[in-house]
Design a protein around this ligand. Structure first.
Ligand SMILES: Cc1ncc(COP(=O)(O)O)c(C=O)c1O
Ligand SMILES: [Zn+2]
Length: 401
């Protein structure tokens, strides 16, 4: 038994299938639903958290994502594998806002996380839980940043990691994985091919698969972005959130956080309108959204410099599309040229050197403001999901042009 000083007070109770609703044990290693093969989500004793946890108590704790430990999946603080993730700044972007005709434009800057992206939030939760439940080696396909984060957290956990990535992944991502001691496999293909590679070998090799949404806890880490926003807005939520959507984990995670908050009585039924921003060269969600479909089709010949958005067949398509609908959100594309131009503007006007994925949300906000979908006085949050420093190939080309 853990002593009370180490207990996190986690209210985790079980896992629930997002499709068939069946309950599963949260205290064994799980991937997809054993009954129907769909995404499992973590569930908590929220009435207990509502009775025992206050915003003031969370605010008084040392900084970082694990401040929300009652709502996270680990029971003993000694098991947390942390590199200091979370509590990213919410920065005003007044000059960029003025260009778009928006009075209250803010940017949640996730580049301050370990390994320079929001992927750290998901991986601290997933690696913590995998190690605690007995995984001996970890493997994942990656578009880039998730691989770097997994390699770092696996190193911090003392576990081997196998990272499978497209051969043309930004060199900084390859380098960081190698530096962290992971085994790097490069394939001539897309993240979907890398996913098949992991799936085909994991049982034989004894790897635990931490692919996007194929284990339940990366969503849990990423949901803390939603809790932080609520705190940073003084116990309220913004009107609009623009999120660069690849696998959609952050979008799903934030919406899950908002549902949990409502169940705890921290907010009402109001929701920010969620906007999925994708690249014109890889837009399965936007295509499905525009066709009013509930699921997305595989996007052929996916190509974009925003490597994190090069996800042609996201596993969470049903959840993403449902959440866009429930929050009265929308989905739209931007081109690579627009992304890079918006990135230069973001850097020049606000001093933020963003990943192209983050820059994509800036141009998307301007388009939605121009069409009247976003009102000038709305509180609007852009997500800069990663640092621009890791995209030297793309930025060098853009800055020389
Ligand atoms: C910088 C960046 N932004 C956005 C994404 C997409 O993230 P999600 O899977 O949460 O949609 C990625 C994924 O690789 C990324 O690296
Ligand atoms: Zn199921």
């Amino acid at each position: 038994m853990a002593t009370s000083s180490f207990e996190t007070g986690s209210a985790l109770t079980h896992l629930e299938c997002s499709a068939c609703g069946r309950k599963h044990d949260a205290d064994r290693l799980q991937n997809l639903c054993p009954d129907c093969g769909k995404v499992l989500l973590a569930r908590y004793d929220l009435p207990r958290v509502a009775r025992t946890l206050s915003r003031e108590a969370v605010a008084a704790r040392p900084r970082g994502m694990w401040r929300w430990r009652e709502l996270l999946p680990v029971r003993d603080a000694r098991h947390v594998v942390s590199l200091g993730e979370g509590d990213s700044p919410l920065l005003p972007a007044p000059r960029l806002g003025a260009r778009a005709g928006l009075k209250r434009l803010l940017l949640k800057d996730e580049s301050s996380n370990p390994t320079g992206s929001f992927k750290a939030r998901g991986m601290t939760a997933a690696v913590t839980r995998a190690k605690q439940l007995g995984a001996k080696a970890l493997a994942a396909p990656t578009a880039g940043n998730a691989g770097g984060a997994l390699a770092a957290y696996a190193a911090a956990a003392g576990l081997p990691a196998v990272i499978v990535m497209p051969a043309d992944t930004p060199s900084a991502n390859v380098m960081e994985c190698q530096a962290f001691g992971a085994q790097v496999v490069k394939l001539n293909g897309l993240i979907s091919d890398c996913g098949k590679y992991v799936a085909g070998r994991k049982d034989r090799e004894g790897w635990y698969d931490v692919s996007t949404l194929k284990e339940p806890y990366r969503v849990e880490g990423k949901k803390t972005m939603g809790y932080e926003l609520w705190e940073q807005f003084g116990g309220r939520l913004p009107h609009v959130i623009l999120y660069p959507t690849g696998g959609g984990v952050g979008l799903i995670g934030m919406c899950k956080a908002f549902d949990e908050m409502q169940e705890m009585g921290w907010i009402g039924a109001e929701r920010p309108r969620m906007v999925a921003v994708q690249a014109e060269g890889c837009a399965p969600i936007v295509k499905a959204w525009e066709a009013h479909r509930e699921s997305a089709e595989f996007f052929q010949n996916a190509a974009t410099i925003a490597s994190g958005l090069r996800v042609p067949g996201p596993l969470g398509d049903l959840l993403i599309l449902k959440m866009l609908k429930q929050t009265k959100g929308t989905a739209l594309t931007v081109t690579d040229t627009e992304m890079l131009e918006a990135g230069r503007e973001l850097a020049r006007l606000e001093g933020i050197f963003a990943a192209p994925e983050g820059a994509a949300t800036a141009i998307a906000a301007r388009k939605l403001a121009a069409s009247g979908w976003i009102r000038p006085s709305d509180n609007v949050v852009l997500f800069n999901t990663g640092t621009g420093y890791k995209y030297s190939e793309a930025w060098q080309r853009a800055l020389q042009a």
